[in-house]
Design a protein around this ligand. Structure first.
Ligand SMILES: [Zn+2]
Length: 494
């Protein structure tokens, strides 16, 4: 530690910087090398002091003899991964509850770690869909780097995952696996035949008869007029329900098999493989869930979790919309089916669904995967509204002006008349916007535009100010996350 202090001191003298923040929890020793994360202004780095292979492999600026300042680069992340196993994303399997905590800015993971450590749930700290990465100009490498460095910063040794989220194409899965993702969520919604949902019986029969004799024979033989018992559930396929399920999911199941054989089985490490059938209009009935699960089993596909599309609406950033009683009835059946096949039920767009969390915890017996993503961004906006009212006002105005553009990417139905006009709200009341559902959704879906939009001379409109403010107010942001994500865990009974 002594030598480390020397390095930090000479750094502060050399750079005339007195304002150096030390992340004490990151302090660690490997062989003769001492490491600690620090921050100078808005720039975090790792100070290394000592000698040995680890010291030589970390790249950085030499400050004194046997002391250097190492940037949070991708290369240095890989070096940390090599020496400190806790900084490597890992799979958790089916026996542990997990929570996806997608971090849109790459700043939320320390707060997320502080929320989940010591709790009976494991965090998937890196989790972004291709859509989110594209909208924020981030790469999957940056996403995993940020999570690994956050784990190092917090000295968190409980393990974390990285989810290549809602991936549709094989090439993207290959890429995510090569970068170190420990979880893959396959979104097979493009292969679900949604329009059959609205077809009448005659149309269903006509469509079904277009399938090859072999396929028809296979499904008729295995399902027609057969009853399957799952715990106290009794599931029977009559001619029409069978045909409909085959038409809806046959292609998606086939696609899942191809992806599984081509990529998941070939990964040379454990992978949490999640199947998402939720990104469609078709609500997954328990019978359909059973059908998909049973087919996966017949094809020897092992999944870690499955995300059905539940009844009601899981809109981004706000509580559950719909009939809670009906949700409970169906969730119980979905949970029984998942337990029967030995995987976890996964709940997507899970942030802020406080009404249904106790139900989820109860019927899954505490074994589930819940995904949250944008809610940490809304907490970031709340912090900005509190500490930088001017910036908040500009962002709010911009978000309103660009709302319809953002709606092309997300399904939300906010009642905008409930959002108070900005000029009527005093500075100290600005954070209250984040308690209004419509304002939450306004910010939830305009994040991409807010973060990447540039002015005429090519400077970011908000990005630098957003990052600057949140870096400055790091502790406030962490606290806000511990409070808000903590509420989720509490309602899940943790
Ligand atoms: Zn989903």
């Amino acid at each position: 530690m002594e030598h480390l202090n020397e390095v930090i001191e000479s750094l502060s003298k050399g750079k005339m910087k007195t304002n150096i923040k030390r992340y004490e929890r990151s302090f660690t020793i490997h062989d003769n090398v001492h490491l600690m994360m620090i921050r100078v202004d808005n720039e975090k780095s790792i100070i290394a002091a000592g000698k040995g292979k680890l010291f030589d492999e970390l790249s950085g600026e030499t400050i004194v003899e046997k002391g250097k300042n190492c940037p949070l680069s991708h290369e240095n992340r890989l070096v940390l991964n090599k020496y400190f196993d806790y900084t490597v994303p890992k799979a958790f399997g089916t026996k542990t509850a997990t929570i996806g905590l997608g971090d849109r800015l790459g700043l939320a993971s320390p707060g997320h770690i502080q929320t989940v450590e010591e709790k009976g749930i494991k965090p998937i700290l890196a989790q972004q869909s291709i859509r989110e990465l594209t909208l924020t100009n981030r790469t999957m490498e940056e996403m995993i780097d940020a999570a690994s460095f956050a784990v190092f910063q917090e000295g968190y040794k409980g393990g974390f995952g990285a989810d290549g989220d809602h991936i549709k194409e094989g090439a993207d899965i290959e890429n995510a696996l090569s970068l170190g993702c420990s979880m893959i969520t396959l979104d097979c919604s493009d292969h679900i035949y949604n329009s059959i949902e609205h077809a009448n019986d005659h149309e269903i029969v006509t469509e079904y008869e277009k399938l090859s004799d072999e396929i028809q024979h296979y499904y008729n033989n295995n399902y027609l007029d057969k009853t399957f018992n799952v715990d106290d559930l009794s599931l029977t396929f009559n001619q029409i329900t069978l045909m409909k399920n085959v038409l809806l999911y046959h292609e998606a199941i086939h696609y899942t098999c191809c992806i599984y054989d081509e990529y998941i089985t070939k990964a040379e490490r454990e992978i949490d493989f999640e199947l998402s059938i939720d990104e469609t209009e078709t609500i997954t009935s328990p019978l359909s869930h059973f059908f998909v699960a049973n087919e996966l089993k017949r094809h020897n596909i092992t999944i870690t979790s499955l995300a059905p599309r539940f009844c009601g609406e899981f809109q981004k950033g706000i509580d559950y919309i719909g009939d809670v009683h009906q949700f409970e009835v169906e969730l119980r059946e979905h949970a029984l089916i998942a337990a029967h096949f030995g995987y976890k039920l996964s709940i997507h767009s899970g942030s802020d669904k406080f009404k249904v969390y106790p139900i989820i915890a109860k019927h899954t017996k505490g074994i589930y995967h819940v995904k949250t993503a944008g809610t940490n961004w809304l907490e970031a906006v709340r912090v900005i509204a509190t500490v930088n009212p001017n910036l908040y006002r500009k962002m709010h105005t911009f978000a309103l002006e660009n709302f319809s553009e953002a709606q092309k990417h997300y399904h939300v139905t906010p009642n905008m008349s409930t959002v108070l006009p900005l000029e009527e709200v005093k500075d100290n009341e600005l954070p209250n916007y984040m308690n209004n559902d419509a304002a939450r959704q306004l910010f939830h879906i305009t994040y991409g535009l807010l973060l990447v939009k540039k002015d005429q001379v090519g400077d970011y409109l908000f990005r630098n100010d957003v990052f600057g403010t949140l870096n400055d107010r790091e502790e406030e942001y962490n606290k806000a996350l511990v409070k808000h994500i903590g509420k989720h865990l509490e309602l899940l009974g943790l």
